[in-house]
Design a protein around this ligand. Structure first.
Ligand code: PBG
Length: 325
C-alpha cells in the first residue's frame, strides 16, 4: 500500500511515545488524603482498603514528611471522631483543641510548606452519620451551612491553607467565603466539592471513619448519578460564590463530568479517586485478575486526561513511586 498517513509512526517505540504523550503524571498532581485518629504509634489498616492506614497524629506527621520528600505537595485531612464527642450539631468540629485542629497545627509545624486542606462536613462528628444537622428526619440546609462556617473558621484559625466543603449544602461556599473575608482569612482557599454524587463508591471510606449514615441515604444533598447538566449548574454556583478549585467526585465513573466542568469554568478542577475505586483495584489485583501498577497508572492518567488538574487519591504515594520508576 502507498499510504498518505501512517498513524502507527507515533507509536513505534517507547521513546517516541514518551515524546508525543499528551498527558503525563507528576507528583504535584496528587492530593494525599489522610485519616487521623487519637492515640500514639497507631497504624490501623482499613480492612476494605488494604495497604491504607488510619494513623495516630505522631505517625501522620511522619507520613507527611515522607510525602513531602517524594514531591507530594498537598494533603487532605480527615479525622475519626470519638463516639462520645458525636452529636447532632457537630460542635466538636469547631473545638479549638479538637483532633483536626491539633493535626493541622502539628503538620504545619513539621512541614510548613505542605498545602494542608481539610474536609469540611459534619458526618464524622454527627451521631447520625449525616453531613448536616438532622431535624424531623431531614438534613436541614441553612443551619448546617452556619455550622460548616464555624468549622471552616476554626480550621483556618488552626492554620489550614484550604478548606474543602464536601457536604453539598446549598449556599455554603458563599457563606464560608464571606466568613473568611470578615474574619481576616483572606488567604485561605476553598476547594468546593461541586459535583459530589450520592455514590456507593464511598463505602470503604465510611468504614475508615466509622461515619456511615445511621438512617436513610445522602440522596437529598449529594447528586443523582443520572445527571450531567446539574453538575455544571453546581459548578457555576460555586464559582459565583467564591470557590477557588472545583472538585468532581468520584472520578472513574464520572470522567464525562470532569470534562464538562473543565470546559465550563476557568478555575482549576480536581477529581477525587475515592475509596471504593481504590478498593476495586486492590481487590482485583489481590486475586491476580489485574496488574495493580498498570491499573493505577492507567486510571490516574485517564482522570488527568479527562481534565483534572489535581487528583485526590489513596494511590498518591504508590503512584509517585511508579512515576519515579
Ligand atoms: C464526607 C466525605 C466522604 C468522602 C469524602 N468526604 C463520605 C461521604 O460523603 O459519605 C468519601 C471519600 C472516599 O470515599 O474516598 N462528607
Amino acid at each position: 500500500m502507498y499510504l498518505q498517513r501512517r498513524n502507527r509512526i507515533l507509536r513505534k517505540n517507547a521513546a517516541i511515545r514518551s515524546l508525543v504523550a499528551e498527558t503525563v503524571l507528576t507528583p504535584q498532581d496528587f492530593i494525599a488524603p489522610l485519616f487521623i485518629d487519637e492515640g500514639r504509634d497507631i497504624a490501623y489498616e482499613i480492612p476494605s482498603m488494604p495497604g491504607y492506614y488510619r494513623y495516630s497524629l505522631d505517625k501522620t506527621v511522619q507520613e507527611v514528611k515522607a510525602l513531602w520528600g517524594l514531591g507530594i505537595r498537598s494533603v487532605l485531612l480527615f479525622i475519626k471522631c470519638e463516639d462520645r464527642l458525636k452529636d447532632n450539631t457537630g460542635q466538636e468540629s469547631w473545638n479549638p483543641d479538637g483532633l483536626m485542629q491539633r493535626s493541622i497545627k502539628a503538620i504545619k509545624d513539621a512541614v510548613p510548606e505542605m498545602v494542608v486542606m481539610t474536609d469540611v462536613a459534619l458526618d464524622p462528628y454527627s451521631e447520625y452519620g449525616h453531613d448536616g444537622i438532622v431535624k424531623n428526619g431531614e438534613i436541614v440546609n441553612d443551619e448546617t451551612a452556619e455550622a460548616l462556617l464555624k468549622m471552616s473558621l476554626s480550621h483556618a484559625r488552626a492554620g489550614a491553607d484550604w478548606v474543602a466543603p464536601s457536604d453539598m449544602m446549598d449556599g455554603r461556599i458563599g457563606i464560608i467565603r464571606e466568613g473568611l473575608e470578615k474574619n481576616g482569612y483572606t488567604r485561605t482557599g476553598i476547594m468546593a466539592y461541586s459535583a459530589k454524587y450520592a455514590s456507593c463508591f464511598y463505602g470503604p471510606f465510611r468504614d475508615a471513619l466509622d461515619s456511615a449514615p445511621g438512617f436513610g441515604d445522602k440522596k437529598t444533598y449529594q447528586m443523582d448519578f443520572s445527571n450531567r447538566r446539574e453538575a455544571v449548574k453546581e459548578a457555576l454556583s460555586d464559582v459565583e460564590e467564591g470557590a477557588d478549585i472545583l472538585m468532581v467526585k468520584p472520578a472513574m465513573a464520572y470522567l464525562d463530568i470532569i470534562r464538562e466542568i473543565k470546559n465550563a469554568v476557568t478555575l482549576p478542577v480536581s477529581a477525587y479517586h475515592v475509596s471504593g475505586e481504590y478498593a476495586m483495584i486492590k481487590a482485583a489485583a489481590a486475586k491476580g485478575w489485574l496488574d495493580e501498577n498498570k491499573a493505577i497508572l492507567e486510571s490516574l492518567t485517564a482522570i488527568k486526561r479527562a481534565g483534572a488538574d489535581l487528583i485526590a487519591t489513596y494511590f498518591a504515594r504508590q503512584a509517585v513511586a511508579l512515576i519515579n520508576g
